[in-house]
Design a protein around this ligand. Structure first.
Ligand code: ADP
Length: 235
């Protein structure tokens, strides 16, 4: 299987008043298309930094990231923005839905921003909301939903533009265990049905157990990796 991501000797230093913080200290790994990978490790080990760089939201200090064969360093800001819009979906711990847009409009947004016709975007968003079990909430505003429902809307929005890669940063961090499990089952379902490549940052054992394999970071270094014995959990 061709690699979707090739990460080599990735480094990130944040400059601060007390000197630099080495958030990533030479991380190397690859992710094949359709893979489901959990990035694990304690708070502060560099998981978010890694996801932000892979999501073309931050530039590394050193090393390289190849996305579908393309070296991210060679892309200018408009190329990176296009990659983010078309190829990468992001799910955050805090959901990050737009409070003044309805659920349907939130899911439509990545499509209309990318120039899709209103009607087409509406149809696709409605279908996705059905898939995540929230068709009856489409006219609600985010504040009228539970945390678990908000996160399922955020997942629908993240996959609306049919990205090749879904990055999920602690997607269950603000959810109780039942809702967390539901969101993870949704992500594994999308991974299987769409062959969507998923990279999940989490310190939750339960969330990580849904992935096919895991990488363990400590102090900005990849210290171990392995496969989960039981990678498929039925919804
Ligand atoms: P994790 O997601 O595993 O909790 P992070 O990637 O958020 O870890 O952070 C890794 C290290 O980088 C931590 O020491 C953190 O304090 C530092 N860090 C993260 N973002 C910034 C930033 N924007 N400026 C300065 N330091 C940062």
């Amino acid at each position: 299987m061709a690699n979707l991501l090739e990460v080599s000797d990735l480094r990130k230093v944040y400059e601060g008043p007390d000197g630099g913080v080495e958030a990533l200290q030479g991380v190397t790994f690859s992710v094949s298309r359709g893979d489901f990978v959990a990035v694990r490790g304690p708070s502060g080990c560099g998981k978010s930094t890694l996801l932000h760089i892979l999501g073309a939201m931050e530039r590394p200090t050193g090393g390289s990231v190849r996305f579908d064969g393309q070296e991210l360093r060679s892309l200018h800001s408009d190329g990176l923005a296009r990659l983010r819009r078309r190829q990468i979906g992001f799910v955050f711990q805090e959901f990050n839905l737009f409070p003044t847009l309805t659920v349907l409009e939130n899911v439509m947004l990545p499509l209309t921003l990318d120039g899709a016709a209103e009607q087409q975007a509406r149809r696709r968003a409605a279908r996705l909301l059905e898939e995540v079990g929230l068709a009856d909430r489409s006219k609600h505003f985010p504040a009228q939903l539970s945390g678990g429902e908000m996160q399922r809307v955020a997942v629908a929005r993240a996959v609306a533009a049919q990205p090749g890669l879904l990055l999920a940063d602690e997607p269950t961090g603000n959810l109780d265990s039942e809702n967390g499990r539901r969101v993870m089952q949704l992500l594994s379902g999308l991974n299987r049905s769409l062959q969507l490549t998923v990279l999940l940052a989490t310190h939750s054992d339960e969330a990580a157990s849904h992935a096919a394999r895991w990488l363990l970071l400590r102090d900005g270094r990849l210290v171990a990796q392995g496969e989960n014995p039981q990678s498929e959990k039925s919804p």
